[in-house]
Design a protein around this ligand. Structure first.
Ligand code: EPU
Length: 448
């Protein structure tokens, strides 16, 4: 995949109708869940991004046979050939979701040797809740950096009931412990579980495999283990974070957008906050899906107002959309505040936005944003995936030209999102386009 940088020029009002692709954070965990099965599963609506390809390599290292039809967005995984339960540190430290192999490997093979996972530098991101949960099942866990060794002891296999109370509704810990608990004969209760839409998609997949999962009030999951799980066919949910980013692209450029396949019910608070800024959001335009009508139509207000947001686990305001909305608030009317409560280091992009003329002051994990009339193009560096998106969106309204480096982060999580933005009128020059321009080749095909 391309390295290098994007050049972003001040663009007009973005407008158009574009789809969202499959959710990165759903497909990654669902790919690891296939370790639980002993056959061939088919996943549709799989985005082609670097994290998905890294996880494919990791599963192939374990022995899975995988084909990825990028055009059809179809991933076929034969998990019957998985024969290893160790993952090399150099694989683990490239991607945070790699830790999610641990629960399925322990469930299927009774052991796992993994390393501490990598991922974005958005905070400390320990895995203590995962490991404490595994220990509750009676699993022996020892950490000898860089490795974590875990094995299911004979006595723990006979444990008929396990009660896990998560101190915090960690997405990854919920996913890992849930996947482990599905295979085996005991009953498990996970209290204070994370219930993000991506976890509902995982529960949908595990249920199709034959798992017995009940969602109880109080964010509690009740799992009755079964002897074996079957391969599945499943289509990944649309990416709510991609949808949110596209909405902000229209908001910041004072344009309009229709996203026919977005799930408004996955974006409730985010949509409310856009409305509070003064924007118009119409949801459920495709009423053929009566259970949860699909589609969002958005029209920007021309004088957006400052707002306050505080991130929180779902259904609270999503931390992964905080950077994009922060970018939009730099040019809103008045003083906005943002409190980031999920990740402890997600304000690095404010330094880059201030280089563009934004007026943001940060104390700890709280930002105060004084809206300005104009941003100015600058050389900026994306510190992480969602910051890359935020800086790109800021570049669309900045006078002149913005050079965005660190776009390896962008490619980690988005499947050609830049092309959909360009189709709506964004002046984004990718490394490939810059090469064509340098070589003086015809630019008509660039749809600029
Ligand atoms: N935490 C702990 N101990 C743990 C686990 C988590 O202290 O054992 C802390 C983390 O340090 C963090 C907070 O709890 O401060 C939330 O972590 P969580 O486990 O909920 O998140 P995650 O599973 O590591 C997933 C997404 C993130 C998203 C968070 C929160 C994937 C692959 N990643 O991470 O997505 O921000 O949930 O919604 O699903 C992104 O897509 O850009 C991204 C970072």
């Amino acid at each position: 995949m391309s390295s290098g940088h994007f050049i972003i020029k001040q663009s007009g009002q973005l407008s158009g109708t574009v789809p969202v692709y499959g959710a990165k954070n759903a497909v990654l965990v669902i790919m690891t869940s296939l370790i639980l099965t002993n056959g061939v599963s088919v996943l549709d609506n799989v985005p082609n991004n670097a994290d998905v390809r890294l996880l494919m390599s990791l599963l192939q290292h374990l022995g899975a046979i995988i084909t990825f039809d990028v055009e059809a967005k179809r991933l076929t995984v034969d998990a019957s050939t998985i024969c290893r339960f160790d993952v090399l540190p150099e694989m683990m430290n490239k991607i945070r979701a790699s830790i999610l192999v641990m629960g399925p490997l322990l469930a299927r093979f009774g052991q796992a040797k993994v390393a501490l996972p990598g991922g974005d530098a958005i905070g400390m991101r320990p895995i203590n809740y995962h490991l404490q949960g595994f220990k509750k099942f009676g699993i022996a866990v020892s950490v000898n950096e860089p490795y974590i060794n875990a094995h299911v002891e004979a006595t723990s296999k006979q444990q008929s009931y396990t009660r896990i109370v998560l101190e915090y509704p960690s997405v990854g810990a919920t996913e890992n412990l849930l996947m482990y608990s599905c295979l085996g004969m005991g009953q498990t209760v996970i209290i204070n579980a994370a219930l993000e839409p991506e976890i509902f998609d995982l529960i949908d997949v595990l249920t199709k495999m034959g798992a017995k999962i009940t969602i109880l009030p109080g964010a509690t999951l009740l799992i009755d283990g079964v002897n074996s799980l079957n391969p599945v066919a499943h289509s990944i949910i649309p990416d709510r974070l991609e949808a949110g980013s596209l909405l902000v692209a229209a908001a910041i450029t004072k344009g309009s957008i229709t996203i026919p396949n977005a799930r408004p019910d996955h974006l409730d608070i985010f949509i409310e906050k856009l409305r509070e800024m003064g924007h118009s959001v119409v949801t459920g335009i495709d009423t053929a899906h009566s259970a949860s009508p699909l589609g969002i139509t958005f029209t920007a207000c021309q004088n957006p107002q400052a707002i306050s947001i505080k991130t929180a686990p779902y259904p609270g305001f999503p931390t992964d959309l905080q950077p994009c909305l922060l970018a939009a608030l730099t040019v809103a009317n008045g003083i906005s505040t943002i409190e980031e409560t999920v990740h402890d280091n997600r304000m690095l992009l404010t330094k880059e936005l201030n280089k563009m003329g934004a007026q943001i002051s940060v104390v700890g994990t709280k930002a105060t944003i004084r809206g300005v009339e104009t941003l100015y193009g600058a050389d900026v560096i994306a510190p992480d995936l969602r910051a890359a998106c935020a800086l790109l969106l800021a570049g669309l309204v900045a006078e002149g030209q913005t050079k965005l480096a660190g776009i390896n982060h962008w490619y980690r999580g988005y499947d050609k999102l830049e092309e959909r933005l360009i189709a709506m009128g964004a002046l984004i020059y990718t490394p490939e386009m810059q090469l064509i321009l340098q070589e003086n080749l015809p630019t008509t095909q660039l749809s600029l």
